[in-house]
Design a protein around this ligand. Structure first.
Ligand SMILES: Cc1cc2nc3c(=O)[nH]c(=O)nc-3n(C[C@H](O)[C@H](O)[C@H](O)COP(=O)(O)OP(=O)(O)OC[C@H]3O[C@@H](n4cnc5c(N)ncnc54)[C@H](O)[C@@H]3O)c2cc1C
Length: 380
């Protein structure tokens, strides 16, 4: 009987995983002993890091997408549909079109969702760059913004790419300086916890950079409502902050599928942090943003996790004991302006060292972004 491996989600984690499985299980796939199927609700693969550059006119949103079919190994079966239910006892998925898909091994790679509606007034009063429409609207708003108070407020953790909001304000600082407008623009960055970033060394580095560049920092700042008419943010802590342009990282949520299937709280899948196997069901894994592991919600994490899960599933298919584990490896280039960047790498429990920002690291980030399409296909 053909063993069915089903990957839900055609983003970074799902695509890297499906291609790795196609490679690792080539003989079994060719003999028809195994099927690798991707079910994804978007025919396009979206490379979200591109959106950071859109507000500054450095990238266009169309550069962030490619058809997922162009990125997948031809041995992977693609099914464009939304998964609306997971039955882990019956090992079956229900689909929005009314059909069902059975599995022997299931990997959830459904990412994270933006839920701005959790904060009254946010949709009307705030901009963001975490999706294509938001990034384009923000580009237009920034182009018209020549004076006033720009506030970047991160609303809630966890959120995708913890460094991206820091990058945004450092880039905005450089961008306004280049235009000779910085004296007329105040910039404030707010973060919900007691420091500027979840990781102490990155938070220390960011705080120093903010101070050098006259960027205000507010910590323990949890926006509760936005008043779009008065242009005021009100916080759970009882404070208020006026803005002229609000860039907010909206609250994030996992997938309803996960909670309804009893796989985890708030839509994030409860997994063993090393094997990425779901704690509540057999033969179910989660990778990428939807997996609840103690590291960043980042593409690099999804990528390394995909390698581990591909190895583990290939071992299981071959009747071997899986030994591959994920150690929390995360790598991250962090833009520190318009032409310099730094870089950090760490695993679970590590304290990353923030490298001296440099132009070559900025070029490395841009170079990686271009070569991403090869990485997703498993060619790098
Ligand atoms: C502005 C920005 C900048 C970033 N910069 C970086 C960076 O520099 N470095 C870095 O490492 N990371 C960065 N990230 C984070 C990175 O993009 C994500 O962590 C990464 O995309 C996670 O991959 P994923 O596969 O888990 O989810 P995604 O890539 O979001 O893919 C999820 C997929 O699942 C599909 N899907 C969802 N629900 C269903 C369903 N019910 N049925 C079927 N399909 C479904 C979606 O359509 C999508 O194809 C950034 C993110 C943003 C927003």
């Amino acid at each position: 009987m053909t063993e069915r491996i089903v990957v839900v989600g055609g983003g970074t984690g799902g695509t890297v995983l499906a291609n790795r499985l196609a490679d690792d299980l080539r003989p079994e796939l060719e003999r028809g002993e195994v099927e690798v199927r991707m079910v994804t609700d978007n025919p396009d693969h979206v490379y979200k890091p591109t959106f950071l550059y859109v507000p500054f006119g450095k990238k266009q949103v169309h550069e962030a997408t490619r058809p997922v079919s162009d990125l997948l190994d031809r041995r992977v079966t693609i099914q464009i549909d939304e998964v609306v239910g997971v039955d882990t006892d019956g090992k079956s998925l229900s689909l929005a079109d009314g059909g069902a898909v059975g599995y022997d091994h299931l990997v959830l790679a459904t990412g994270a969702n933006l839920v701005p509606e959790e904060v009254p007034g946010l949709k009307e009063g705030g901009h963001h760059f975490y999706g294509p429409e938001g990034a384009e609207r923000l580009r237009d708003a920034l182009a018209d913004f020549t004076e006033g108070h720009l506030v970047l407020s991160v609303i809630g953790v966890p959120h995708m790419c913890p460094a991206a909001p820091v990058e945004f304000v450092l880039m905005a600082d450089a961008w306004f300086r280049e235009r000779g407008l910085r004296d007329q623009v105040d910039i404030t960055y707010t973060y919900p916890i007691q420091r500027a970033h979840g990781i102490q060394t990155i938070a220390d580095w960011a705080s120093e950079e903010f101070e050098k560049r006259d960027i205000g920092l507010e910590t323990f700042f949890n926006a509760e409502t936005v008043d779009p008419d008065e242009q005021v943010l009100e916080t759970m802590e009882g404070t208020e902050l006026d803005y002229d342009l609000l860039v907010a990282i909206p609250p994030h949520g996992g997938s309803d599928l996960v909670t309804e299937a009893g796989l985890g709280e708030d839509g994030w899948v409860d997994v063993d942090r090393n094997t990425l196997e779901a704690t509540a069901a057999e033969d179910v894994y989660a990778i990428g943003d939807v997996a609840d592991v103690p590291t960043s919600k980042a593409g690099s994490v999804a990528h390394y996790e995909a390698g581990t899960v591909a190895d583990r599933i290939a071992s299981r298919v071959r009747g071997q004991v899986p030994t591959a584990t994920y150690d929390g490896k995360t790598v991250c280039f962090i833009e520190s302006g318009m032409d310099e960047a730094t870089f950090v790498e760490f695993a679970y429990g590590d304290t990353p060292v923030v490298r001296e920002p440099s132009k070559p690291l900025h070029w490395a980030k841009l170079g990686y972004n271009e070569s991403y399409w090869l990485t997703a296909r498993g060619l790098l």
